[in-house]
Design a binder for this molecule. Structure first.
Ligand code: SF4
Ligand code: ZN
Length: 297
């Protein structure tokens, strides 16, 4: 099979686009998909610095690499969750990536800040680990972005992540989550940083191929807390559908984004600020401060 752009031998087939590319042209395809995501959702201004949340996995490191190559001032933010050797390896992959490319990196370790890792925080607060982790991440992305002067935080969610999350939200009819699901979330009341997901047009397989071609070294191991997560089941089901009908994930998620405005009336904005930390919240105290109250008691 030949590359669609340059007619050299192809190294990757993309059944959903009924095409194939050589390594060089595939990288070009990836940059084009990210450029398109950035411009269609007005995610970033060209000169605007962006904080990239980097876990050490393939998606976030690929995102950091791509944004840098597209000319953005992208600074990495790594949260060390304190999950034993998994967190140590994750941080060392991120640090090596930043060092070899001479990129700026901010790190924040829960163990240093709280004397506890995410597993212990979840145990102390009687919350499932991933639920406590989500609350902690949202809070820290926001706080660190604000403290360091970033108006926008980018995360490495890909098309598989977004389509499987959409499937989960539909299966449980989570209306408020459905309404919120978007590749670009505006800053609320000028307090939250904007959140953007520039990889939402690319599948997990495409990003994995990009990291190989671009020689990005990442942590292959999944977070040990992710075992048994429903998201994996949804991803597997979507992969099976994609296998028989290439383009299913794209149609499902991008089709939803097109129809969303017709399905939902405009969302009400959060009006209140948390009485403890000042961040926007629907109640009087935000979920992070409620979590911390339970850690303290
Ligand atoms: Fe956090 Fe759960 Fe993801 Fe691990 S799997 S990083 S605990 S959300
Ligand atoms: Zn080519």
């Amino acid at each position: 099979m030949k590359c669609r752009r340059c007619k050299k031998p192809a190294v990757i087939k993309l059944p959903r686009h009924n095409t194939a590319y050589c390594g060089f042209c595939f990288q070009f395809y990836v940059y084009e998909q990210v450029r398109r995501a950035l411009s269609e959702h007005k995610m970033l201004q060209k000169k605007e610095p962006v904080l990239v949340a980097v876990s050490g996995g393939k998606d976030s490191l690929a995102l950091w690499d791509i944004l840098t190559k597209l000319g953005y001032h992208a600074v990495g933010l790594h949260l060390n969750l304190g999950i034993g050797s998994y967190s140590e390896t994750s941080q060392s992959k991120v640090e090596a990536f930043a060092r070899t490319r001479n990129l700026e990196l901010i790190t924040h370790a829960y163990q240093e800040a709280y004397g506890l890792g995410i597993v212990e925080i979840a145990r102390e607060t009687a919350r499932p680990a991933c639920s406590a982790c989500g609350t902690m991440k949202r809070y820290h992305f926001n706080r660190i972005a604000r403290e360091k002067g970033f108006a926008v935080v980018a995360t490495g969610h890909n098309l598989d992540d977004e389509a499987s999350r959409l499937l989960g939200n539909v299966l449980q009819w989570q209306e408020s989550y459905l309404q919120k699901q978007s590749p670009a979330l505006a800053a609320e009341d000028g307090k939250w940083a904007r959140k953007v997901r520039p990889l939402y047009r690319l599948t997990e397989r495409e990003i994995a191929a990009y990291t190989v071609i671009s020689r990005i070294d990442y942590i292959i191991e999944e977070c040990p807390m992710s075992k048994g997560a429903k998201m994996f089941l949804y991803k597997e089901m979507l992969n099976q559908l994609e296998e028989t009908s290439p383009g299913t994930k794209h149609q499902f998620y991008l089709g939803y984004l097109q129809k969303k405005e017709q399905i939902f009336s405009p969302q009400e904005k959060d009006k209140q600020c948390c009485k403890v930390c000042g961040q926007p919240t629907r109640g009087t105290i935000c979920s992070y401060c409620r979590l911390m109250e339970r850690v303290a008691t």
